[in-house]
Design a protein around this ligand. Structure first.
Ligand SMILES: [Zn+2]
Length: 364
């Protein structure tokens, strides 16, 4: 059987000469017969013909022979392509292993960015960020968290503002930040949520959840947690942490374009409120808290009591209080707080009974 094709517009390049020549085409005996101008005929076995992938379906088709790297045949007649057994099966691409290597390298590069460069840059950036920038970062993340924790409705999670309670909280904050070396411009808020937790944000924000005040048995226990969080503020742990989290998300955002939506906000919120700082950062915040509590004439042992209460209520693995309980050495921290208290001293509660009642009712 011999099939002729419309040779008009067909062209053959032999790879040696820069010019093409018009050819006549026939298929016979499983060969494509290419009749050249000079009377010669080339035989291309059909099984060895490939259509170049980038040309298929365009103005014409470019065919090549797998056994001849340079020869090219340009055809305009699509019905010829239908006769080729391997028309759509491309020659196996060389360098597939190389491609896999590149992909692996790209993934490794992203991992390096997230694990090494982002923290490094975040820590550098934290040094240079001006107080106003830190403040703005804290305000933005605070609003984000209030929004993310809403369970019903559209209003952000309420900040508790009962005036007597706010007064008692200010009294407690003032007692803990007396003295020249005390942190200034603290903003302490209580959020109306049952979570037993507290966290610090950039720019001097400290946030306590109502659940933590509900669980505390004395005002000193609340003060101890507050002092611990102020310790994080002073070390600027939240600033570095927020920049790291945001940076990691930024890198992920480069990979996954849809990462700017709600998922990222929830991820960020979770990271910020259950902040896991280094063991050293936690130890430093505890040590800071002891000194601040003693300065306010409150026993540092209160921090141990609060930790113990949290552990009794929730066990070690509870996510809600993960900032405090994730630490493997919690028992050690409780013990340290106990021994930090000077037994010969007479401590007084940080709030009187009326103030403590007011603080307990701050969300009413
Ligand atoms: Zn902490």
């Amino acid at each position: 059987m011999s099939i002729g094709f419309d040779g008009f517009g067909s062209a053959y390049f032999d790879g040696d000469r820069p010019v093409s020549e018009e050819v006549s085409l026939h298929i016979a005996n499983q060969n494509l017969q290419i009749g050249l101008d000079d009377g010669d005929t080339l035989f291309w076995p059909l099984k060895d013909i490939r259509v170049l992938p980038d040309m298929a379906g365009k103005q014409g088709f470019v065919l090549r022979l797998t056994t001849d790297r340079l020869a090219r045949l340009f055809v305009t007649d699509g019905s010829l392509i239908a006769q080729l057994p391997n028309a759509t099966r491309h020659a196996p691409p060389k360098g597939r292993g190389k491609l896999a290597l590149w992909a692996l390298a790209a993934v490794a590069a992203v991992a390096v960015q997230i694990l090494v460069l982002v923290p490094l840059l975040a820590d550098r950036l934290a040094v240079f960020i001006p107080p106003s920038g830190e403040r703005a970062l804290g305000e933005a993340t605070f609003e984000q968290i209030r929004q993310a924790l809403v369970e019903t409705g559209v209003d952000p999670l309420a900040v508790c503002e009962n005036p007597d309670g706010v007064g008692a909280l200010s009294q407690m904050t003032a007692a803990l930040s007396a003295g020249d070396d005390a942190p200034k411009d603290l903003s302490v808020f209580v959020l109306d949520h049952e979570m037993v937790n507290a966290f610090a944000l950039p720019g001097g924000y400290v946030v306590l959840f109502r659940g933590l005040i509900d669980q505390a048995e004395t005002p000193d226990e609340v003060a101890a947690v507050l002092a611990h969080e102020i310790g994080h503020v002073v070390s600027r742990d939240p600033t570095r942490h927020a920049l790291r989290s945001a940076g990691s998300i930024g890198v992920l955002g480069l990979l996954f374009g849809d990462f700017a939506g709600g998922t990222v906000v929830l991820f960020l919120t979770e990271r910020l409120i259950s902040a896991k700082y280094s063991q050293q950062a936690e130890t430093d915040a505890d040590t800071f808290a002891y000194a601040r509590l003693e300065g306010a004439n409150v026993s540092p042992a209160a921090l141990g009591s609060m930790f113990e209460r949290l552990r009794e209520k929730h066990g070690d693995g509870n996510q809600l209080v993960s900032h405090f309980l994730s630490h493997p050495s919690l028992s050690e921290r409780i013990e340290n707080a106990r021994t930090a208290a000077d037994p010969s001293r007479d401590f007084t509660p940080v709030l009187n009974d009326a103030q403590w009642s007011a603080l307990k009712a701050i969300c009413d």
